[in-house]
Design a protein around this ligand. Structure first.
Ligand code: M6R
Length: 360
């Protein structure tokens, strides 16, 4: 049941300290600087020369997050919408690893992309929450995110666990294919070990409900981010539109001036996500929106320069940039939840949507 919570979505947002602890349990050793993923011993990915990640919706945002983590670890990787894959798949061969990212493991579009990849000779792997799902049975290998059941149609805790597992997998793949562990592992693993506690603190102190209330009457809601902040901006907007029924869009920060800025008015708050990846540029982009009258809500650490500039602030801890966006995402999950609740939306079962989309 929902226990003390009004909705499963809020319960599942609050379960993230636990679901993340379960995801990393036994899989990281910060002292030794080691990652051990059961079933994926060192050497498993030798011979892989490129990675394609296929997924839909929120899982696609996690896949995009994973592809960027792979790229920055020096591995060639692309995230693709599974529903586009049948008409727009890049070439694959037996040195390609195709990773199907799916909470349920039952999404028809994702299964069909997985099957296509297999037919074309790729190695396949699924990152999923459901042991015994079709994806887990059909892919050559499966990495389970161990998030526990997610009832709310809006994916929350499964997104953060998918992203974390993909960040770890990226290091494993980089290690196997390039023979070197990327340098940032030393800051990543301790920050990851502390992440459950960090999310717990964020949930305790979040002012997302006040922010949601403050901007509730706006015409549209924009989310911008750069690097790993970009998939988080897309996810923030998807969650917002899905449960509030308000117009929301996510953009790469630098894209704002290439078109979307025409939409920006005092009635369009801009949530700016700062992950420590060229933040000065993102701040400049946010200021361009602010100059057009848009309120800016900075999602960043307390001592960040953006706090001075922004109209509102949602705090995240100062952590490794591989993880910062995932903290920001939890703040944005809360903003969407509280906005939807204030608007009287059903939240756990938004109109027209299903938890698992089993038709193409
Ligand atoms: O089960 P999957 O992860 O394959 O589902 C894919 C999407 O349908 C799903 O992520 C959807 O976008 C979310 N429920 C939205 O919150």
């Amino acid at each position: 049941g929902k226990g003390e919570y009004d909705h499963f979505m809020l319960k599942e947002i609050h379960e993230q300290p636990t679901s993340l602890a379960q995801a990393i349990e036994g899989r990281i050793d910060p002292e030794a600087g080691r990652i051990s993923l059961e079933g994926f011993d060192p050497g498993t990915f030798e011979g892989v020369d490129s990675v394609q990640l296929v997924a839909c919706g929120t899982s696609y945002h996690a896949a995009l997050y994973g592809s960027l983590a792979l790229n920055s670890a020096g591995v060639q990787a692309t995230a693709l919408l599974a529903n586009e894959y049948s008409v727009a798949a890049p070439p694959v061969d037996d040195d390609t690893l195709v990773i199907a990212v799916s909470q349920s493991g039952e999404t028809a579009d994702t299964l069909s992309a997985l099957r296509r990849a297999k037919r074309h000779g790729a190695d396949t792997l699924t990152v999923t929450n459901v042991v015994g799902s079709t994806a887990a049975r059909e892919a050559d290998d499966a990495l389970f995110i161990r998030a526990g059941p997610e009832i709310g149609v809006a994916a929350t805790k499964t997104f953060s666990s998918q992203a974390v597992m993909l960040v770890l997998l990226a290091q494993r793949i980089a290690d196997d294919t390039r023979g070197e562990v990327p340098a940032d592992l030393e800051s990543l693993l301790p920050d990851l070990a502390r992440m459950p506690e960090g999310i717990d603190d964020l949930l305790e102190t979040s002012e997302a409900d006040a922010v949601a209330r403050h901007y509730l009457d706006s015409e549209a809601f924009f989310f911008i981010g750069r690097g790993l902040g970009f998939p988080v901006a897309l996810e923030g907007a998807l969650k917002f539109k899905e449960i509030t029924y308000e117009h929301a869009e996510g953009f790469a920060s630098g894209e704002l001036k290439h078109g979307p800025l025409a939409l920006v008015t005092p009635e369009t708050p801009v949530f700016a996500i700062f992950t420590g990846e060229e933040d000065e540029k993102t701040l400049k982009n946010a200021e361009e929106a602010q100059t057009r009258g848009a309120p800016v809500i900075a999602v960043c650490p307390a001592d960040h320069r953006a706090v001075e500039v922004a109209d509102d602030h949602l705090e995240i801890p100062d952590v490794d940039s591989d993880l910062a966006g995932l903290f920001a995402n939890v703040q944005l999950q809360l903003v969407s939840y509280y906005a939807a609740d204030l608007l009287g939306r059903p939240i756990d079962k938004p109109r027209n949507l299903a938890k698992s989309v089993t038709v193409e």
